[in-house]
Design a protein around this ligand. Structure first.
Ligand SMILES: [Zn+2]
Length: 252
């Protein structure tokens, strides 16, 4: 069963020199599909081009809260048009980042994008920083049926709350660090049906690769770390991750 990188920013300039080779390296180690979330309206065209060029490249489109300064008021209408055109498997990356400016405007954009996800019956890819509980509340209140909280780094209780709501936890390179005990404990005890894997490439390098560009091929290191902290055997984990990812994004 192949692995799917559910969150990587492969359209970024960091991959301009070797995008095809980088995808080949991932394929060779069994990471066969990638999900690329949008960041700003300006990035969507480039994402569409990449999906045409590379097989097994899936796009999400959205307005990332970290780039709040770059979003225009009309971008929500552009997003609606973009979703109408098709080619999106999710709305994202959207969310709330408490370390960034202008929370009122971040909330406004989040709510508008959650509404679009419901309207287009798409899942959402959520970015959080010190905002896990508020995000869960908003996502539920909008009636969003499918959601993944990317780079989950909360407590065991928060993991359970998201899983109980029927949502997914994005598990990334954090669990490869022995000192990340809180996140490792939360992921070790979370319901298996709620877990999906991601790299967040080019960011979030795995342990031992600090300071280097991350890429989807290194997701095998996240999988190995998951095998260490979970009770289930690797083949059970692999099959569950695949099934979870397909259910989240409506892939077959
Ligand atoms: Zn991201």
């Amino acid at each position: 069963m192949s692995l799917i990188d559910t969150h990587c920013h492969l359209n970024l300039q960091a991959f301009d020199e070797d995008r095809a080779e980088m995808l080949m390296r991932a394929h060779q180690v069994g990471v066969t599909h990638v999900v690329v979330p949008g960041i700003t309206a300006a990035s969507w065209a480039q994402q569409r081009d990449c999906a045409k060029r590379y097989a097994n490249w899936f796009n999400a489109f959205g307005l990332h809260p970290y780039f709040i300064d770059q979003h225009q008021d009309g971008d929500i209408d552009l997003l609606a048009q973009q979703l109408h055109q098709g080619g999106a498997i999710a709305v994202g990356e959207i969310g709330l980042d408490a370390t960034c400016a202008d929370m009122p405007r971040q909330r406004k954009l989040l709510h508008a994008q959650l509404e679009l996800a419901v309207e287009f019956q798409l899942p959402v890819i959520l970015h959080h920083r010190k905002t896990l509980d508020e995000l869960l509340k908003c996502t539920r209140e909008h009636g969003v049926e499918r959601a993944v909280v990317h780079a989950f780094s909360g407590s065991e209780q928060q993991a359970l709350a998201w899983a109980d709501a029927g949502y997914y936890l994005g598990v990334g390179g954090v669990i490869t660090y022995p000192r990340a005990q809180k996140t490792r404990r939360a992921i070790a005890s979370a319901p298996l049906h709620a877990l999906v894997l991601e790299t967040d490439s080019p960011d979030m390098p795995t342990c031992g690769k600090q300071g280097q560009r991350n890429e989807p091929a290194y997701m095998t290191r996240v999988f190995d770390a998951l095998c260490e902290i979970r009770q289930e055997p690797p083949h059970v984990l692999r099959a569950a991750l695949h099934a979870n990812t397909c259910a989240l994004f409506g892939l077959s």
